[in-house]
Write a protein that binds this ligand. Structure first.
Ligand code: SF4
Length: 256
């Protein structure tokens, strides 16, 4: 992993992402190296090499949040994972949380149980929620889609521990790939630990040509459904029906 140390001028950036007003990206690039990552496009103009092999770390980010308050929800992070492996060493996220105005409404989405390290400081916030991307990729699919992150079971266990510590949590169920994701099973495993849910169907355009081609070759039926408007609408109706039957609090199923 190549670490490129940088200095930023600002750390809060306005966003149009659903459920957020600001984003904070102390890292650009991600060691989790998900093959479908929608932020892979950054590699095109960052010129550091293949996605997943480099991380830009904004070393002054903990200083930039000091004494600064923003209205609205701050989402951490949109082009990286705040708890990717390098965070264990650099502790940028930890130091940002320590320095941040605790009145800020914060939402963190991660695929890592490293967030458990920061329970103490997270508890100081008035309004914070921690989300975990949860899916059911195992074996070959885990290797092909999400080679660098911990298994979903470990994320669910971390969610459970945060909940037991009185913190608000959510499950981001995605990317939903027809035939490879068991939504009912995921809800069953997370229901006790998640306050609410987001569901997102795989965005093939965002995932890029290479990923699309791989999916087409290895999982042709999943690929077909994702590319067939009628079949996909039917599939999403099925998810909506499961959500309704389970009686969980969830936003509209995201699709692109
Ligand atoms: S964890 Fe998120 S930011 Fe990191 S590679 Fe995976 S999808 Fe991209």
């Amino acid at each position: 992993m190549e670490i490129i140390e940088t200095e930023a001028k600002e750390i809060y950036t306005k966003t149009s992402l659903p459920g957020a007003d600001w984003v904070i990206n102390q890292y650009v690039g991600c060691g989790h190296a998900c093959e479908y990552c929608y932020a892979r496009f950054m590699s095109r103009w960052k010129k550091h090499g293949t996605w997943g092999t480099w991380v830009e770390a904004k070393m002054n980010a903990p200083e930039l949040v000091k004494g600064k308050f923003v209205e609205g929800i701050v989402f951490m992070s949109s082009v990286s994972d705040a708890y990717q492996p390098i965070e264990g060493e650099l502790r940028l996220t930890r130091r940002i949380l320590e320095n941040m105005d605790k009145r800020i409404r914060l939402s963190i989405l991660t695929k890592s149980d490293l967030v458990l390290r920061d329970i103490d400081v997270l508890k100081e916030f008035k309004d914070v929620e921690i989300g975990f991307t949860v899916n059911s990729f195992v074996g070959t699919e885990k290797e092909l889609f999400e080679p660098g992150s911990v298994m979903a079971g470990e994320r669910i266990e971390a969610m459970k521990q945060l909940k037991e510590n009185g913190l608000k949590t959510y499950a981001f169920v995605g990317p939903i790939v027809p035939g490879l994701i068991d939504v009912s099973d995921i809800i069953g495993k997370t229901k006790k630990h998640a306050d609410h849910y987001w569901f997102e169907v795989m965005n093939l355009r965002g995932a890029g040509k290479e990923f699309s081609e791989m999916l087409k070759g290895r999982y042709p039926e999943s690929y077909r459904i994702l590319n067939d408007e009628t079949a996909l609408s039917e599939y999403i109706k099925g998810i909506e029906s499961i959500i309704k039957d389970e009686g969980i609090k969830a936003s509209k199923v995201l699709r692109h």
